[in-house]
Design a protein around this ligand. Structure first.
Ligand code: ACO
Length: 323
């Protein structure tokens, strides 16, 4: 069995910043409501760049930072619920744009757990010896599936992307994981539904274009499942929360993280948060936080992190990684 190391981090957010005050001109809301209920102050919204274009910028940055040539990449995974096309997948669009001719490339769909699940898949390809260098990206243009007239959802989400290069190395840096799904609650958080409409079927109901969420159920699910998952993860690794330098949670809502912190018996400053600047970017949020931590010099060799994702599916999962 081989070892997996993390060798580069990068992120990209579309330049257009939309503040809470900007949103209060579109829907009946206020900076006070959004900040106090969610911790979000602003988000980046695409003015046309699609998910693949965001991913390509991230992949180009990752090649530069890792020093790898495009033909050394043998796996590209993109986690997204907002791909440009049903097919080709986003990862193939990235492969073509960066000239990674030796890579095989596919997308996975697990909403806000997408990056955690995708990094787990890449780890297995590397540990089995099948791949040496993987680009793993989480990216979304959630703005295209948000109903901009629905104040209960449009204030929560943002656009962006980020990723990592995971490579065969000397040290094992993907130390433990804990992954789950509960499809029985799946319809409490949906991102569009396309009915079967063909020569033999003409359903009366219209397709549902937009993201719809039972916020209270998702809040309760997250605050119950995330601390339990982190505890299972630490048990598997034979560590305690005191051994962890930072918990990097999916950036859904500061209030969810406050409850998780309380249940784990640790203070909020052990969690890395950047939700104030980006909102909830689903699959992109954890790698965007990692890339920002890297820019801030927080990711030193030996730093231990718990990454924990939760959301649509419903899905949730945590991984223990060492830089
Ligand atoms: N501005 C002003 N008022 C608002 C807004 C808004 N943007 N949105 C809702 N309200 C109102 C409601 O209409 C309601 O008014 P009412 O009492 O007169 O009916 C009141 O505020 C309270 O609404 P609630 O929905 O009860 O507010 P709550 O405190 O539950 O907060 C929130 C809502 C922020 C969505 C919360 O439930 C939450 O964070 N849920 C989790 C969301 C999440 O984590 N999603 C992650 C997964 S996303 C993914 O996987 C793609």
């Amino acid at each position: 069995m081989f070892n997996t190391e993390f060798i580069a981090f990068d992120s990209y957010a579309p330049p257009r910043v939309v503040t809470n005050d900007d949103l209060s001109k579109l829907v009946d809301t206020s900076d006070e409501w959004i900040s106090s209920r969610t911790g979000i102050s602003q988000r980046h919204i695409s003015e046309g760049e699609n998910t693949s274009e965001i991913c390509i910028k991230v992949a180009e940055g990752l090649l530069k930072k890792s020093g790898l040539a495009p033909d050394e990449i043998d796996l590209i995974i993109v986690a997204t619920i907002t791909p440009d096309f049903a097919t080709p997948n986003t990862a193939c669009l990235v492969q073509a744009a960066i000239g990674a001719e030796n890579a095989f490339a596919f997308d996975i769909s697990a909403a806000c757990s997408g990056f955690v699940f995708a990094s787990s898949i890449a780890d297995k390809y590397i540990k089995s010896g099948m791949c040496k260098n993987a680009i793993v990206i989480g990216a979304e243009t959630l703005s295209k599936i948000v109903n901009w007239e629905d104040r209960t959802t449009c204030v929560l989400f943002g656009d962006g992307g980020a990723g990592v290069v995971m490579s065969r190395g000397e040290r094992n840096c993907y130390l433990a994981e804990d992954m789950h799904s509960d499809g029985s609650l799946g319809l409490r958080l949906t991102g569009g539904e396309t009915k079967v409409r063909n020569a033999y079927s003409a359903p009366e109901e219209a397709d549902r274009r937009y993201l719809e969420m039972d916020g209270r159920t998702i809040f309760n699910f997250s605050t119950k499942r995330v601390p339990a998952s982190i505890n299972i993860l630490l048990d598997k690794a034979g560590l305690t929360i005191d051994d962890i330098d930072y918990v990097v949670p999916h950036q859904a809502n500061s209030r969810i993280v406050e409850v998780v912190a309380k249940k784990l018996g640790i203070s909020m400053d052990r969690f890395y948060m950047n939700i104030a600047s980006y909102g909830n970017t689903s699959a992109a949020s954890i790698p965007m936080a990692l890339a920002q931590m890297d820019r801030e010099g927080l990711l030193k060799k030996g730093t231990k992190l718990v990454i924990t994702g939760f959301g649509g599916g419903l899905t949730w999962g945590s991984a223990l990684i060492e830089i």
